[in-house]
Design a protein around this ligand. Structure first.
Ligand code: BTN
Length: 338
């Protein structure tokens, strides 16, 4: 999308965000384009899986309205929680639609390395999940963001780091949860609510030396996705709005999550993984429960008993403990408790 059409579509979204009908004529006048051009922009929004009603004689309307992402509000919530400005995330960018925030940060990093960046999108055309799966990314329904950072860590330290990120997000969200049950982690870093997936994390790293790595941390959190938008997802899923108060906006939540991630990343850099590992039993969805680990070599049944300091999962099988590494296995509870 060119800068000009992006500007027009953002302007159109701001006008439709109130949830009221707006006639094609008025929208065209405000945008300085023809009514046919307005219709084309509306079609683009519908292709982004945003529900827009079009009623003859009345115009266009987004049912329920929209609370759009806003860079200044996110920045404000982040500085408020950190009680000062962030020194890990120097640039925060909000975009309407992009192929993938993860791809974008790699490109930005190549052009201008070194800076800590965050890219947040309302919609992704080619969102990527783990193991080459797509990440369904309808407009305005969820949170999709990537963080690009250079950290003084060798690639061997990254297994633990990936768990630190999942635990930081889980604890940050649980501070807001008003439902009886809390959000939990399924190893290595899916967030679950009542055994339904609420968020996924994709950590990609490249390192040229043993003491520094470029990290691309991608996070997708379901916010208020409708069944019609998420029907292609091949596993049960949950929305964050099921467990936190309606008064919290996506902007406030993003500010909080980034602040908590910053605190925990710094703590990990200074103190290592030991303190984090101690939190695993209370955060893990399947701690001390029967699990099946699916590996490339086959399935292993046992009981989840903990994690190692490099992030590997410990599973008790018969009389010994077997250790599994990130990326090689997936995990399912044998018995799901409701
Ligand atoms: C998973 O499969 O569980 C990981 C999902 C990660 C999705 C996020 S959304 C923001 C970022 N951009 C992407 O293309 N993927 C990640």
């Amino acid at each position: 999308m060119t800068g000009k059409s992006e500007h027009k579509i953002n302007h159109l979204l701001q006008m439709l965000a109130d949830g009221n009908f707006h006639s094609g004529e008025v929208l065209a006048r405000q945008l300085g384009v023809s009514r046919a051009a307005v219709w084309k922009l509306i079609q683009t929004l519908q292709q982004w899986q945003l529900e827009v009603y079009s009623v003859r004689g009345k115009g266009y309307k987004i049912p329920g309205g929209l609370s759009l992402l806003n860079q200044a509000s996110i920045q404000q919530a982040l500085s408020h929680k950190l009680q000062g400005s962030s020194n890990l995330f120097q640039e925060i960018e909000v975009v309407s639609s992009i192929d993938s925030t993860a791809n974008y940060l790699v490109q930005q990093w190549r052009k201008n390395p070194g800076k800590g960046r965050v890219c947040i999108a309302e919609h992704q055309t080619a969102g990527r999940g783990r193991k080459g799966r797509p990440w369904i990314s309808p407009f305005g329904a969820n949170l999709y963001f990537s963080i690009g950072l250079e950290l003084p860590l060798g690639l061997s330290a990254l297994g633990g780091l990936s768990l630190v990120i999942g635990m930081a997000l889980t604890q940050s969200i649980n501070q807001l949860v008003t439902s009886e049950e809390q959000v939990k982690i399924k190893w290595p870093n899916d967030l679950l609510y009542q055994n339904r997936k609420m968020a996924g994390i994709l950590v990609e790293a490249s390192g040229e030396s043993n003491d520094s790595s470029f990290l691309n941390i991608g996070v997708g959190i379901n916010w208020n996705m409708q069944q019609t938008q998420g029907h292609l997802i091949d596993q049960p899923w949950a929305n964050l709005t099921e467990v936190i108060p309606d008064s919290i906006t996506r902007n406030q939540l993003l500010g909080m999550l980034l602040a908590d991630l910053e605190k925990d990343l710094k703590q990990y850099l200074h103190q290592g993984f030991t303190n984090f590992a101690a939190n695993w039993p209370k955060l893990s969805a399947y701690y001390l429960q029967p699990v099946v680990v699916h590996t490339l070599k086959g399935e292993v049944s046992g009981k989840e008993v903990g994690i190692e300091s490099n992030g590997a999962l410990q599973v008790a099988v018969d009389n010994s403990v077997q250790v599994f590494y990130s990326g090689e296995v997936s995990l399912r509870a044998l018995s799901s408790k409701k």
